[in-house]
Design a protein around this ligand. Structure first.
Ligand code: BGC
Length: 282
């Protein structure tokens, strides 16, 4: 692996180191997987980064160490995004310690899969609490800070940027995962509604919808050769995504290069949402 490559071979050197200079980013669930790669990519692009985690302090500290290696500031904050008081305390602390918040990546999410009739209310509730309510709370608190501060033209054309981490399952129904798919469907409508409501205040709200990205959340889908083969059948581009693919998309969406992108979902999925079954049928 050359020094310009991520853990999985995705080039890193393509990120301009100055693109987000002077901006402060909060990434939830940033101690592993997509959140981790996104926090690292934002740091590489020059942003100071708060690495939120709920469990896994050591991993979060490692992410902080990696990010500070780029010459920017970073810190690990523990908070459960589904707990209102903890979210308020986290954003208050970030404003105190970093001065403001310019970018929120509402990423923290989880799966609790079960066939429908076996799914407990607790499994349903937990996924909705973290994946949807967690994004609502973080977006609300970040927005208060964006409105308080307003636009600082030397930093960004927008008063703030919110990136909701959704999923291809905001539009692809997913048997055995009704809680997860419902949460992501909710994220899509929440994102679009917030985008409409906040655009006049110069706040850009968008979403990224990852497809199958190699992370701990879907280990069973890529771990064995058979599972990998089955999964690749759903991906026209014929590779499983790397977390860095999502980090790059987040850097772009957060930057002024995409200042006119408002209320959009960027699918980063190797074509998973293109109905690959119809390539040979229909
Ligand atoms: C899920 C993964 C799944 C992928 C594609 C993601 O949102 O978290 O488990 O592999 O969608 O189906």
């Amino acid at each position: 692996m050359s020094s310009t490559e991520g853990t999985s071979g995705t080039p890193q050197s393509v990120i301009p180191a100055h693109l987000l200079r002077g901006q402060k980013a909060l990434v939830t669930g940033a101690n592993s997987g997509i959140g981790r790669a996104t926090a690292v990519a934002l740091g590489r692009a020059g942003a100071d980064v708060v690495v939120n985690y709920v469990a896994g302090k050591d991993e979060a500290e490692k992410v902080v160490e990696e990010i500070t290696g780029f010459g920017v500031r970073a810190a690990a904050y523990e908070a459960d995004v589904s707990d209102e008081q903890q979210v308020v305390a986290m954003t208050d602390r970030m404003v105190r310690e970093f001065g403001t918040i310019d970018i929120l990546v509402a990423n923290a999410g989880l799966q609790r899969d079960a066939p429908f009739t076996e799914m407990t209310l607790a499994q349903w509730q937990k996924v909705l609490d973290v994946n949807l309510t967690g994004q609502f709370l973080c977006a609300r608190e970040a927005t208060k800070e964006f409105l308080r501060r307003g636009v600082v033209p030397e930093v960004s054309r927008a008063a703030g940027k919110i990136i909701c981490m959704s999923s291809v399952h905001q539009i692809i129904p997913w048997a055995g995962h009704v809680n997860y798919a419902s949460s992501k469907g909710g994220v899509q409508m929440m994102m679009e509604t917030l985008a409409q409501e906040l655009a006049p205040k110069k706040i850009r709200v968008n979403a990224i919808a990852p497809g199958a990205i190699k992370t701990p959340i879907n280990r069973s889908a890529w771990e064995t050769p058979q599972a990998r083969e089955d999964l690749l059948r759903l991906i026209p581009y014929d590779r499983i995504g790397d977390p860095e693919d999502i980090g790059h998309a987040a850097v772009g969406l957060a930057s002024d290069l995409m200042d006119y992108v408002v209320g959009t979902t960027l699918y980063v999925d190797g074509g998973m949402t293109l109905f690959p079954g119809f390539a040979t049928g229909g």
